[in-house]
Design a protein around this ligand. Sequence first.
Ligand SMILES: Nc1nc2c(ncn2[C@@H]2O[C@H](COP(=O)(O)OP(=O)(O)O)[C@@H](O)[C@H]2O)c(=O)[nH]1
Ligand SMILES: [Mg+2]
Length: 312
Amino acid sequence: MTDLAEKIIAGDHRSIARLITQVENNAPDAVETMKQIHPHTGQASIIGVTGVMGGGKSSLIFELALAYRTEGKKVGIIAIDPTSPFSGGALLGDRIRMTELSMDEGVFIRSMGTRGMMGGLTSSLYDVVEILDAAGMNVILIETVGVGQDEVDIVKIADTTLVVLVPGLGDSVQTIKAGLMEIADIFVVNKADKTGVEQTVAELESMLDLVNNQERRIPIVATSAKEKKGIQQLVVQIAEHQAYLKKSQTFEKRRRQRYEAELIEIIRKRLMDFIFDEKKLKTTVDCCIDQISKKELDPYSAADQILGKILK
Ligand SMILES: Nc1nc2c(ncn2[C@@H]2O[C@H](COP(=O)(O)OP(=O)(O)O)[C@@H](O)[C@H]2O)c(=O)[nH]1
Ligand SMILES: [Mg+2]
């Protein structure tokens, strides 16, 4: 086993950070370590937090992290949001509180860019989740900005997805994209210290009444990250959802979905790397041109041969 893999499994923060940087930079060294840590994964609860911009996702993650720390759990936080206080964006006050959290040995915080190749979540997110899991984080909280494909992708990674809404969005429920509705395992109405919470909760409830064919009714939790209210209820609902997943065998199904998405992503990435490495592509292709000209080979068979080589 590589020295780095050993240190990561032991939970060493600097080594965790190093491997994450390697995977983000597409460093060839990372692959061997990633292979070695995989058998040590599978213990962490993965919680995705998505929803409206400015709804309090980062603030809620902060409060959840504190709550899990009181339970003695180790917490990993991944923020895929350049405006997140975890990434050094946002207001100074929020940023200072997040930095305090990072002083805690039981918390590992990492922010990531959104430079996914074809939109959607950055492909190294799968790796980062594996790394934090192998490093012994009991809970991994992932914040994503709710735009485009991102919130749909998070479902493939998270065991439990929280959709964060706020009161006073007017016809909030109508304006929420259907996609967000489908992915929620728990609705969180944050900023419950403001007026209009009851109305938003009621709107959500009646919307849930309409889709009554679910075997599990999606719970709605009102929280105030600002006043630290409703956090414990949220922790309880997350635990109940995870118990439900395990009881209904959905847990295994979700994990399989994640591995499937991850594997497809790795293959896609390798193929893209090959295609976009023009020099390499040209060198590979060049070898066949002579044969094609001399009619010893046709272009289709040549393509089969080349693809066979990179796919093996
Ligand atoms: N009144 C109120 N403000 C909040 C609450 N939670 C977060 N905020 C504030 O809302 C703003 C956006 O919060 P943030 O956590 O960065 O939202 P995000 O963009 O969803 O991650 C910040 O100024 C927070 O201090 C809350 O429960 N009540
Ligand atoms: Mg945020």
